[in-house]
Design a protein around this ligand. Structure first.
Ligand SMILES: NC(=O)c1ccc[n+]([C@@H]2O[C@H](COP(=O)([O-])OP(=O)(O)OC[C@H]3O[C@@H](n4cnc5c(N)ncnc54)[C@H](O)[C@@H]3O)[C@@H](O)[C@H]2O)c1
Length: 309
């Protein structure tokens, strides 16, 4: 029987702790975090990476470029690094773009993303999660998928890693507007329509960034969009409900960080002008809400007027 593989989990927050619990009986799991308080290994990242064959980045998007740079120098050949982050760094790069920059497309280190409805709280409680393992190659995707075989995290495998990453990131921009519409009591029909339109736009945006439209209709897009837009515990849905009440505290910047990933994404996309938004009216309405350019009660009718002429 082959020796169990070693997995290094970088980040010991909600997701890192959940993954450690999920995988500890299947492989040797070690953890590293910038925060020494969180019960993790004290060795430097480079030392731990040098003996790991697999690295899971369970941290926000912002440190991905720096972490991928350090890992590219210390991971052995034929290692695998994958991430679950849904956000952009301060320069507007996705976690997949950061890994591509440092690991390359056909380099000695495979890399990938896991994207889809996999809320830490559900998986920690033993409930199922569903996502796509998207890899820099089909082989990388299948390797990620195989790590989770027979666990409650059920994975499809695919190679559209940039498409999956963009779908998972951008759905967090749309969800607050859907939460706001619900909080205003605008009805089930409107909720269904907004989800349908958000999905159609996501497919177009994924394609604009070089991904496949179908990816938006899989776990990273439709699956995560419905979960986040309808879950009573969703942070991004709750943010929209608060905005409908006129409470903008969820948008606030704390210690230099924008609290919500969706808000941060909308802000950085705008700053870095990463997308021509002219063909995406719901995206513009959703970002107008997050920027405070109007109340949901003003933004939604204006959007519907534009959409239907
Ligand atoms: N919580 C969920 O249900 C969920 C589900 C799917 C995806 N995600 C994504 O996973 C990512 C992490 O989410 P989370 O809920 O675990 O966050 P969290 O805040 O609970 O944990 C993040 C951890 O990363 C550590 N960290 C931050 N910067 C670091 C760095 N430079 N080096 C090492 N460690 C660092 C922090 O100290 C913290 O322990 C986010 O991008 C999130 O969107 C979360």
């Amino acid at each position: 029987m082959p020796a169990p593989k070693e997995l290094l989990i970088v980040g010991r927050g909600a997701m890192g702790s959940m993954f450690a619990k999920l995988l500890k009986d299947r492989m040797t799991v070690s953890s590293w975090d910038r925060d020494p308080e969180s019960g993790v290994e004290s060795d430097p990242l480079e030392t731990l990476a040098a003996r790991a064959e697999r690295v899971l980045l369970a941290v926000p998007a912002s440190p991905h470029d720096e972490l991928a740079r350090r890992l590219a120098q210390s991971l052995p050949e034929h290692s695998l690094c994958f991430s679950i982050a849904k956000g952009l760094d301060s320069q507007g790069r996705t976690p997949a773009e950061c890994m591509a920059r440092h690991f390359g497309d056909n380099g000695p280190i495979d890399w990938g993303m896991i994207c889809g409805p996999m809320i830490a709280r559900d998986l920690s409680a033993g409930r199922d999660g569903f996502a796509v393992a998207a890899g820099s190659s089909h082989e990388a995707a299948r390797t990620i998928q195989s790590l989770f075989r027979d666990t409650p995290l059920r994975l499809d495998a695919d190679s559209d890693v940039h498409g999956a990453c963009w779908a998972a990131i951008l759905k967090n921009v749309y969800v607050p507007l859907i939460g706001a519409a619900d909080a205003l009591g605008l009805g089930d029909n409107l909720r269904g329509f907004l989800i349908m339109e958000a999905l159609a736009e996501l497919a177009g945006i994924v394609e604009a960034f070089g991904g496949r439209r179908e990816t938006a209709y899989g776990p990273a897009g439709l699956g995560d969009l419905i979960t986040t837009a309808t879950s009573a515990n969703s942070h991004h849905r709750g943010l929209g409900e608060a905005l409908a009440r006129g409470d903008r505290s969820g948008i606030a910047v704390k210690n230099g960080y924008v609290r919500s990933e969706g808000v941060h994404t909308a802000m950085v996309m705008d700053e870095q002008q990463r997308l021509d938004v002219s063909g995406f009216p719901l995206y513009r309405a959703a970002t107008a809400l997050l920027k405070g350019s109007g109340s949901p009660a003003e933004i939604l009718p204006a959007y519907l007027g534009e959409r239907f002429g």
